[in-house]
Design a protein around this ligand. Structure first.
Ligand SMILES: C[S@@+](CC[C@H](N)C(=O)[O-])C[C@H]1O[C@@H](n2cnc3c(N)ncnc32)[C@H](O)[C@@H]1O
Length: 342
């Protein structure tokens, strides 16, 4: 169903009659015409300084139109309509969108982009229009989900620290590891070790700078090295075992085979009673159209059922899944053995 052309309900001629479903394009508008009409309205609002309202209008129908384009072989055409539209130039003034498109570290969604979401402040030099769009993109549903994710991770870290005298926690693809700020790992009584692993040397430097003086070890390595092979993983052996291992913002980039291999390795790295937590964006999020069409940011999306399949295939004895309040991210908690009741 095309949301722009959805008709107002027609009053029934006779109350007892059942009407057939409305055709997909009752006004006769094409997908291109619908898309351009939507982009025109959004561009007018953004140019008028109403970016937040524009995004409320734009994102859900854009995602629906994008689904329709992909289902009807018009994906490439739709990309071109979006790139060529004046809205594109306005949106590129947003540092968040601009960084996703230009990919200074080789991929969209680097740790600097996560900081944009956490801090909510555009860099100096951002235009007025860019700042308006930034407020909309970093505070849209996806941004809220990333902020929630950080809170959830901090809570899990704290939970692990209070349960284990010498807790060991591993963050896989840690980015800047902002969830550590204010966590119990920073408290004077922390007697364990937090290990942050990331492939990006600049992100690793930032973690080391922000947590100098705390029991935080930074490991500048990739997850392929961590996953190793069927013969084992030298890196995993060197890192040891953990009470909590988590990964946020990584699996959304991993193909199934590597995701499964890595998950199997992470399970093998757990101490008795320990758990692995994996976050992944789901397919139905309303921001998907904007991300893929305007930010050139395509994720490997997984449903809750697919996360369970992944966990089972990796050999988890027990799996629990849940979604975030915005229903953008699914979390899978995995245990190597069935956990004792809390
Ligand atoms: C979206 S950020 C998430 C950062 C952090 N976990 C957070 O939630 O804010 C993704 C991070 O994954 C890291 N990453 C991507 N591919 C990786 C790989 N193959 N091995 C290790 N780290 C990787 C990137 O360097 C980046 O810091």
């Amino acid at each position: 169903m095309n949301p722009i052309t959805a008709p107002a309900p027609t009053p029934a001629a006779a109350p007892s009659r059942v009407h057939p479903p409305a055709p997909a394009h009752p006004t006769g508008l094409t997908l291109e015409e619908n898309t351009l009409a939507l982009l025109d309205r959004a561009a007018a609002q953004v140019a008028d300084g109403q970016a937040v309202a524009a995004f409320r209008l734009l994102t859900p129908p854009l995602s629906a139109l994008w689904s329709e384009a992909r289902a009807t072989g018009q994906a490439e055409a739709m990309r071109q309509w979006c790139q060529a539209h004046p809205l594109h130039g306005l949106l590129m003034q947003d540092p968040f969108t601009h960084r996703a498109v230009t990919k200074p570290r080789g991929y969209a969604g680097d740790a600097v982009m996560m900081d944009f979401i956490y801090d909510g402040a555009p860099p100096s030099g951002t235009t007025e229009i860019g700042a308006g769009v930034f407020a909309a993109t970093t505070r849209a549903g996806m941004g809220l989900s990333v902020r929630y994710r950080r809170q959830l991770l901090q809570s899990l870290i704290d939970d692990t620290v209070v349960r284990h005298e010498q807790a060991r926690v591993l963050s896989v693809a840690a980015g800047h590891c902002r969830e550590l700020q204010g966590s119990l790992v920073e408290s004077a009584g922390f007697g364990g070790e937090f290990v942050a692993l990331d492939q990006d040397p600049l992100s690793c430097q930032e973690i080391a700078r922000a947590h100098a003086g705390h029991a935080v070890r930074v490991v500048n390595q990739g997850v392929r090295e961590l996953a190793g092979s069927a013969q084992g993983s030298v890196l995993a052996d060197a890192l040891g075992s953990f009470d909590l291992i988590y990964s946020a913002g990584l699996y959304d980039y991993l193909p199934d085979a590597l995701a499964k291999r890595l998950t199997r390795r992470l399970l093998a790295m757990l101490r008795p009673g320990g758990r692995v937590l994996i976050a992944n964006f789901v397919p139905g999020g309303s921001g998907r159209g904007y991300m893929e069409l305007f930010m050139d940011w395509t994720l490997v999306l997984r449903t809750e059922a697919q996360m369970r399949e992944l966990a089972d295939a990796a050999g988890a004895a027990h799996v629990s899944t849940f979604a975030d309040p915005q229903r953008n991210v699914v979390y899978a908690e995995l245990w190597r053995e069935v956990p004792e009741p809390i």
